[in-house]
Each structure stands twice: as structure tokens, then as C-alpha cells.
Design a protein around this ligand. Sequence first.
Ligand SMILES: Cc1cc2nc3c(=O)[nH]c(=O)nc-3n(C[C@H](O)[C@H](O)[C@H](O)COP(=O)(O)O)c2cc1C
Length: 206
Amino acid sequence: MFYETATNDHGLPYNPLKACVLPRPIGWISTLNGKGQANLAPFSFFNLVSERPPLVIFCPNGPHAEGGEKDSLLNLRENPEFVVNLATYSLRHEINASAAPWQRDKNEFEAAGVTEAASVLVSPPRVKESPLHLECTLEQIIQLPGEVGGVPNHMVLGRILGVHVDDEMIVDGQVRPERLQAISRLGYMDYAVVDKIFTMPRPTTV
Ligand SMILES: Cc1cc2nc3c(=O)[nH]c(=O)nc-3n(C[C@H](O)[C@H](O)[C@H](O)COP(=O)(O)O)c2cc1C
């Protein structure tokens, strides 16, 4: 099939676009508002976009259930720091729970049933139960073309200042995906867990 995104004339019951770009890693983002209240939410429009310097992006798109921008974005405007907590299979229900449209002042660590752990270089807390965290400082909030529900989409660009890895995840000097059990988003309500790994050295030229 072929369809044009301008008209979405795919003829399918659901827009297939997100099922066509997969898997999408999930950044489970913690932030603090200006009053020091913590917030936690998953974002699958998320990725590492540069190693040197170490840069990540995530995209809070569309409105909060109570209107206006999503809390993660509002918080970053008040306190320009965030933590990326690794989304893992054992935390899948907590991750999903933290995406519910909680009221603005609801602490989503509590709502999702996870524990706050102090960060080293930034003020937002980490999810203690997650085995890997990236402590980040905000570089830029980039407004994207278009809007959903009257609110523009945004891309948050952050610089990774510090990385926590549970030592149990390190085998023979490598952070091992078999141990991390990271999850990712597919289309619709589908997820994948990274549990089939193969190794392929890069080609060399002479
Ligand atoms: C796995 C998963 C991935 C999500 N990815 C995104 C995303 O990339 N961008 C977005 O705006 N919302 C995304 N959402 C929805 C947000 O998590 C949800 O709107 C959340 O309530 C926003 O929280 P906040 O207002 O506390 O920032 C996702 C939800 C789930 C369950």
C-alpha cells in the first residue's frame, strides 16, 4: 500500500505511522517543578542523538489532559534539568501507570509506586528501581511545526552530565542488554523487550 500523510488515506482503522518506525526506545523522564514537586512520564519520541557531546531528545507533544503543555515541559521551563530512567520489562506496569493523566500536583513516583533516589549532579530524583539513569541538563526547547489540540509539539534537547549503571548490568566490561531487559514502543498498544541479541562487527576498508 501507499498513502500520503497529508490526507492519511491509508484506509486502515488506525493511523499506521508509529507502527512503521520501530522499535522506539522509551525515555522515562523525571523532572521537578519550581516548587520542587517531582514528575515522572514516559516518552517514546526519545533517543540519543549524539555521543560527543552526549545529547538526548524527547518530545512532549500535544496538551495535558487538564489543558496547556504537558507537565514535563512546564517543569523544564521552571527547572532546566531532567533524568532519563531506563524503561525495563519488570517496570512496565509502573511506566504505564506514570503515563496516566494525573492532576498537575500529583507526584507520579507515588502514583506509579516507585521510589525516589537522589541524583548526583541534577535536582530531579531518579527511579531507584530502574538499573540505569542519565542525569541531564536542558540545552534547548525546540518548537516543532504544527500543533495537536491547540498546543504546539516540542523537542527537548538535553546534555547528559552523568550516567548511573547498576554494576549487576555489567558483564566483562560491557553494559549488557540481556541484563537490562529494556522495553521499546512498537505501533498501537504493542511493546517489545530487547531479549534477542546478535553481534556483527563493522566492515573494514583496505
Ligand atoms: C510508552 C509511552 C510512550 C509515550 N510517549 C510519548 C511521547 O513521546 N510524547 C508525548 O507527548 N506523550 C507520550 N506518551 C504519553 C505521555 O506519557 C502522557 O501524556 C503523560 O501523561 C505526560 O506526562 P506529563 O504531563 O506528566 O509530562 C507516552 C505514553 C506511553 C505509555
